[in-house]
Ligand binder design. Structure first.
Ligand SMILES: NC(=O)c1ccc[n+]([C@@H]2O[C@H](COP(=O)([O-])OP(=O)(O)OC[C@H]3O[C@@H](n4cnc5c(N)ncnc54)[C@H](O)[C@@H]3O)[C@@H](O)[C@H]2O)c1
Length: 268
């Protein structure tokens, strides 16, 4: 079990101000990491950073980050290295979901999801690898964990564009892992496919399904998801957070370039 600890490591979690990212930040801190919460939402993000516990309680921090902006990434990575002791774990979690039938989709919404989910994750991988590789500002290798979705592995109605961006996250993960290995960066790159969790995003998605006329009510949409799930329930924040700790830690040292379903068996 000692291989699961993250003592002496610094982890940066994008979208850490709420929802799954907040839970991941808490779990990484409890496992021993010093955690940098990175988000657009300054007040909420700083509050989460202050509330984190574990052996590094009081030493965690917050950086303002817009994942779609390259200068913002440079600033966040340098802050992690200079002010928080390095960068060993990066969780690319920040994303947005805008539901629509494909016949009704607004190009503006497509661009928003491409910007945050695809460009944001690509820039995160870019700056994470550059910081962690031997000549980088952190320079000690590490683990990058991208948050994809069960939506990348099944065809759920009403979320075509979001699902496509999550499939893109999956491909980015695998190619980044291959490049990092070939070039001797000492960085593993993996992703997880969370099932539906009733965060702001997850609960919103169930309401959207009803509004789009795909299900009679949000409860019916949730029931349909549970029916498709062998474990017979929705996901919980801790289910995702524990998987991230595993992929961040040496317990997963020979796990590289994979997509790990954390969905109770819902996905294919
Ligand atoms: N909740 C679910 O059911 C579910 C299922 C599968 C996958 N996921 C994925 O898990 C991750 C977290 O989801 P969640 O439910 O916690 O979402 P959420 O909407 O509750 O939180 C998203 C966070 O990302 C931040 N964010 C958004 N745009 C940003 C930007 N440009 N730069 C920096 N931060 C930004 C927000 O401020 C927020 O704190 C996402 O990648 C999501 O796609 C969620």
């Amino acid at each position: 079990m000692t291989q699961y600890h993250l003592n002496g490591r610094t982890a940066l979690v994008t979208g850490g101000a709420q929802g799954l990212g907040e839970g991941m930040a808490h779990a990484l801190a409890e496992a021993g990491a010093r955690v940098v919460v990175a988000d657009l939402q300054g007040e909420l993000g700083a509050k989460v950073a202050e509330s984190l516990g574990g052996p590094q309680a009081g030493n965690h921090g917050f950086v303002q980050l817009d994942v779609t902006d390259e200068a913002s990434w440079q600033n966040a990575v340098v802050a992690a290295a200079d002010d928080f002791g390095g960068l060993d774990v990066l969780v690319n979690n920040a994303d947005v979901e805008i539901s629509s039938l494909i016949t009704e989709v607004d190009p503006k919404d497509i661009r928003t999801m491409l910007e945050v989910n695809f460009l944001g994750t690509a820039l995160g991988i870019k700056h994470g690898l550059r910081a962690m590789r031997p000549d980088g500002v952190a320079g000690k290798g590490g683990s990058i964990i991208n948050i994809s979705s069960v939506a990348a592995t099944i065809a759920f109605p009403g979320i075509s564009i979001y699902s496509a961006t999550k499939s893109a996250v999956d491909r980015l993960t695998r190619v980044a892992s291959m490049e990092a290995g070939k070039l001797g960066y000492g960085v593993r790159v993996n992703c997880i496919y969370p099932g539906l969790v009733p965060t702001a995003m997850g609960a919103g998605l169930a309401s959207d399904m009803a509004e789009l006329g795909l299900f009679g009510s949000p409860e019916e949409a949730v029931g349909a998801v549970i029916d498709l799930t062998p474990s017979g329930r929705l996901g919980e924040v801790a289910d995702m957070a524990d998987a991230v700790v595993f992929l961040a830690s040496d317990a997963s040292r020979f796990v590289n370039g994979v997509g790990l379903p954390v969905d109770g068996g819902m996905g294919m």
